[in-house]
Design a protein. Structure first.
Length: 88
């Protein structure tokens, strides 16, 4: 919990992500923080996903891809949703 707080304070300034961490462990923590703005059991189109992520950082494409690569979100036929089995 202490490590997580340190990472969040380092990478978020006024609720904006100042940089995307290169280290996977740190990036995972950042993604888990962003994903809190998504509702479970709801499907989003790509535009909605981009708008939510863009509130945190301008490079929403990279962050969206990372959420899928990390298994936090799933995508099929242009729809995105939080994965229930993601250990966020």
């Amino acid at each position: 919990a202490e490590y997580r707080e340190k990472i969040l304070k380092t990478f978020f300034v006024y609720d904006r992500l100042v940089a995307i961490p290169a280290q996977r462990k740190k990036r995972r923590i950042v993604l888990e923080e962003i994903v809190k703005d998504f509702e479970p059991d709801r499907k989003y189109d790509e535009k909605e996903v981009n708008l939510i992520i863009a509130q945190f950082h301008d490079d929403f494409c990279t962050l969206r891809r990372e959420m899928i690569a990390e298994g936090i979100m799933a995508r099929e036929k242009g729809e995105y949703w939080l994965r229930e089995d993601a250990d966020a």
